[in-house]
Design a protein around this ligand. Structure first.
Ligand SMILES: Nc1ncnc2c1ncn2[C@@H]1O[C@H](Cn2cc(CNC(=O)c3cc([N+](=O)[O-])cc(O)c3O)nn2)[C@@H](O)[C@H]1O
Ligand SMILES: [Mg+2]
Length: 216
């Protein structure tokens, strides 16, 4: 699988050759086995993925926002557990990665519930309320540039896209880390925050996810 020009392309080729079309679980397993055995990639992975799954099943969100699609791995994990009629909006600034993610989501058969928008989160977030006739997101999964976690969370507040009960779930708060974001959600009276210790995807390194409930 060395023929693909980019890592996401090589992951897509492996998925197309080994995963069952229309079976999201087999696509998720294919990405995990490729990244665990052939080449590492920054997917949330299977360990932290189980924490993500549990939060999605607990929240039963009608509207989900994901920041940083990459190959669509976490997009798939979320979409496969959405209740009927629910929608997942995912933002990706890199056109190539977005193209690859679209194909991986298609292979998994979850593309119908997903709106993948190409652009930076800071440019797209202010358009979401109007574009989807939204009043708020029920769940936000944050996994893009670590320095964007805090400014984008504040932007979501300012755009009125968070309401009492909205859950934010942030990847990598330990490794690579998002110290300013952590400090904010753990000290702001507007959030109730909880840390879920885990390991960095495909490695024996400590990482974790922070679940923060917006209190309005
Ligand atoms: N403001 C942004 N708006 C939209 N898309 C964005 C933005 N910043 C990055 N992206 C996209 O996120 C995807 C993935 N990405 C995530 C990061 C930051 N994440 C990490 O650097 C990371 C790094 C490690 N790591 O080094 O072990 C582990 C992880 O789980 C990570 O998420 N950089 N690109 C990429 O496709 C990129 O285009
Ligand atoms: Mg991550």
């Amino acid at each position: 699988f060395t023929s693909g020009k980019s890592r996401p392309m090589r992951i897509l080729q492996y998925v197309q050759r080994t995963a069952v079309q229309g079976d999201a679980n087999s696509v998720i397993s294919a990405v995990d086995s490729y990244c665990a055995n052939v080449e590492w990639a920054m997917n949330v992975g299977d360990m932290k993925g189980e924490i993500l799954d549990a939060v999605v099943l607990d929240v039963r969100p009608r509207w989900v926002l994901e920041l940083g699609t990459y190959c669509g791995y976490s997009t798939m994990r979320i979409a496969r557990f959405l209740p009927p009629g629910a929608r997942l909006v995912t933002l990706e600034m890199n056109h190539h990665y977005a193209q690859v993610a679209k194909q991986i989501l298609g292979h998994a058969g979850v593309d119908a519930q997903v709106d993948l928008l190409v652009g930076t989160s800071s440019a797209l977030i202010p358009q979401l309320k109007k574009k989807f006739d939204l009043d708020k997101f029920d769940l936000v999964f944050i996994d893009h540039w670590k320095t964007s976690y805090l400014p984008d969370t504040k932007l979501l507040e300012e755009c009125g896209l968070l309401a009492s009960g909205t859950v934010l779930l942030a990847d990598n708060v330990t490794c690579p880390g998002a110290p300013d974001y952590l400090q904010y959600v753990r000290n702001s009276p507007r959030y109730k925050s909880l840390y879920f210790p885990s390991q960095l995807e495909y490695l024996q390194v400590e990482d974790g996810m922070e679940k923060s409930i917006f209190l309005g």
